[in-house]
Design a binder for this molecule. Sequence first.
Ligand code: FES
Length: 122
Amino acid sequence: MTSAGRTVVCHLDELHDPGSRGLAICVNEQVHDVFIVRQGRQVFGYLNSCPHTGGPLDWLPDQFLSLDKDYIQCATHAALFRLNDGHCIAGPCAGDRLTPVSVMVDAGAVVVLHRDFPAQGG
Ligand code: FES
């Protein structure tokens, strides 16, 4: 559900812990590919764009994590990123980071805030 400046994605309990989900967030008539990652009671959001090539990170729908679920893993060249800040710790883009998207948990609902997306025409 989208309202002014935010999109309610799901309830926190609908996400595995740790777990991930891909999303298409529509802001100002533009669709942005995003994914969220749950770690305990926290949820982090990033653009679905690897800093190595700009391509998507998921290897299957909603699968953004390494097998041990300790890291976000890019499907193309296996770069590993920390869950909580998107910093790349291994792979061809080591030292780079994912582009964050603001996410909050509001009364149990996972909410993506629109403030990180460019304004229309910007
Ligand atoms: S495209 Fe992600 S590591 Fe190469």
